[in-house]
Write a protein that binds this ligand. Structure first.
Ligand code: E4P
Length: 197
């Protein structure tokens, strides 16, 4: 299983990388804002900084919610660095954009996934990763780990190559539970990774 760190904080990314177990990074607009990274140019510089620290996939999320905007932003993000993965919401426009980027061999992370139906659409469209939101599913009394297991099984049934990237993880136990059901990747805070010790 791959370990991604779910932060835009450079110090934490460096610390996780120095642990020797880091395979990549996921960010989102909230995590970028938390580091006071605002504006397209500042974001681009920050993504390049992250890519200079970790030799692994770095998910950079589009802000736009319409197809044309997602394409415009995603192409600019993908052009930044070979390790940038364009992160797109699992909406009608987002799935359309996943398909568009798949046709251009630009890797994508279909995020904000809360159901197996959404995960099927993401794989069908050719997403590189799908991100079911584990803790936010728990927050609404939904069986989050059961969903991860269901997606893993569905993808194996149809030999989909889309990787299941368990996201919205806030505690160490969820790392273990997602590993037990076969998630390809977990993305989580440094504290959760260190909690495995
Ligand atoms: C990662 O790709 C997601 O954006 C992140 O895990 C979401 O976490 P949250 O539920 O704390 O927003």
């Amino acid at each position: 299983m791959k370990f991604f760190i779910d932060t835009a904080n450079l110090a934490q990314i460096r610390e996780a990388n120095e642990m020797g177990v880091l395979d990549g990074v996921t960010t989102n607009p909230s995590l970028m804002a938390k580091e006071n990274i605002r504006g397209e140019e500042a974001c681009r510089r920050h993504y390049l900084e992250i890519c200079s620290i970790v030799d692994g996939d770095v998910s950079a999320e589009v802000i736009a919610t319409d197809f044309d905007g997602m394409v415009r932003e995603g192409e600019a993000l993908a052009a930044l660095h070979k390790n940038i993965v364009v992160k797109l919401p699992c909406t009608a426009d987002g799935i359309r954009a996943v398909k568009y980027f798949a046709g251009k061999n630009i890797r994508t992370n279909c995020t904000l996934v809360f159901s197996a139906g959404q995960a099927l659409l993401a794989a069908k469209a050719g997403a590189t990763y799908v991100s079911p939101f584990v803790d936010r599913l728990d927050d609404i009394c939904s069986d989050s780990v059961g969903l991860v297991a269901q997606i893993v099984d569905l993808y194996q049934t149809y030999d989909y190559t889309t990787q299941v990237l368990a996201a919205s993880i806030r505690n160490t136990l969820h790392i273990l539970q997602c590993a037990e059901v076969g998630a390809d990747v977990v993305t989580c805070p440094l504290s959760a990774i260190k909690g495995l010790l």
